[in-house]
Ligand binder design. Structure first.
Ligand code: GLU
Length: 365
């Protein structure tokens, strides 16, 4: 089985900086899972928390420069701690730092994927973090929960396991409410559930339960099972993989999306949208057809050919996402027209389809 394990800052860092004891405990558990014959990719936060200690900062910096300085100072300490712990169990690790733009471009996406798969073929445990030092808003994942879900899609993982400092997803914040109840299984991430997950932020990490839910939703979209379990309890990982139930399990509804379609749906950032009429919507959803100019009502946003855009219905509901062959300016000229008229209007034609069905992904829900 191929597993992505996400470790949050709260699990391995305290106000005192990195906890080597905690890193060692987790490395021991992960090594065991690896020795069971699984391929394991770790996504670990903790660089900023570790760097804060090194730079003598008492609270998490808010401005980007100090955050990046802390991340740079902390990342080497983080890897050093993992190196030491994993080597005790005879495991080799490798560092991979990614920014969101690794997912924007098909070649870079494939490259990142191949590097990770090659490391796995050598029995190495890749340890991935965001490349905080260079990541500005435009190329940020936001938080490591999102990074972990995209990585899970990237490597075609069978499982994404998010280690948290609580037992799983609760009906309320368990740290504040005694009557909070653990939600054991989730098949559908409904708006109510998103509300439930609330905004339970934490001081060291970036993502709370809400961001874990969004990450789970993405991974489920790739057809990957997601577990949120308590990373503070030794041995839980192994027991989970042996079939015992812990924490919250998110079960995707069937089909696994191809890595290419997953990349379009979740990896790429949308640059705008195309509003289509009911006929085109039906043709795409029910018959798996391409999007042609005749079914287009209008566009929103400024996008170029090759960009990812949403297809939305007349009510504004997104139902598909794809790579457009024409820019928003071009589409504004050819919308509502027959395919045979494209060349007459533009003076050239890239293709009959505005979005070819091979580059079009239906969005769930
Ligand atoms: N990449 C950040 C770090 O290593 C953490 C981001 C997160 O926790 O989501 O400190």
């Amino acid at each position: 089985m191929r597993i992505v394990i996400k470790i949050g800052s709260n699990l391995i860092a305290t106000e005192e900086g990195l906890s080597e004891k905690r890193i060692n405990a987790l490395s021991s558990d992960i090594s065991e899972v690896h020795s069971m014959g699984n391929e394991v990719v770790v996504v670990s936060s903790g660089a900023i928390a570790a760097g804060m200690k090194r730079l003598g900062l008492k609270t998490k910096p808010r401005d980007i420069m100090h955050k990046q300085a802390a991340a740079a100072a902390g990342q080497s300490g983080l890897m050093w701690a993992y190196e030491k712990s994993f080597s005790k169990y005879g495991k080799k690790v490798a560092q991979i730092l990614l920014t969101r733009d690794a997912f924007f471009d098909r070649n870079r996406y494939i490259n990142a994927k191949n590097t990770i798969l090659t490391l796995l073929s050598y029995g190495v445990i890749p340890i991935i973090n965001e490349n905080d030092t260079v990541a500005v808003d435009e190329i940020k994942f936001g938080d490591n929960d999102q990074l972990a879900s995209l990585v899970a899609g990237l490597v075609d993982a069978d499982r994404l396991i998010i280690l948290s400092d609580v037992d799983g997803l609760y009906t309320k914040d368990p740290k504040r409410y005694k009557n909070a109840r653990l939600i054991e299984r989730v098949e559908d991430i409904t708006p109510e559930l998103e509300k439930t997950a609330g905004m339970s932020g934490s001081s060291l990490g970036t993502g709370g339960m809400y961001s874990k839910l969004l990450a789970a939703k993405k991974a489920m979209g790739f057809g990957i099972t997601v577990n949120i379990i308590n990373g503070n309890i030794p041995g839980l990982l192994k027991r989970l993989l042996n079939g015992e139930h812990y924490g919250t399990e998110f079960q995707p509804k069937g089909r696994k999306v191809s890595s290419r379609k997953g990349w379009i749906a979740f990896g790429l950032r949308s640059r705008g949208s195309i509003v289509v009429d009911d006929g085109a919507r039906e043709a795409i959803l029910k018959k798996g057809k391409s999007l042609l100019p005749s079914g287009i009502v209008t566009t929103s946003g400024n996008f170029s050919s090759g960009d990812a855009v949403y297809c939305v219905d007349k009510e504004g509901k997104r139902f598909a996402k794809g790579l457009t062959n024409y820019s928003s300016l071009e589409i504004e000229k050819i919308k509502g027209h027959k395919t045979s008229e494209i060349e007459g209007i533009l003076g050239y034609k890239y293709s009959d389809e505005v979005i070819h069905r091979d580059n079009l992904v239906i969005l769930e829900g």
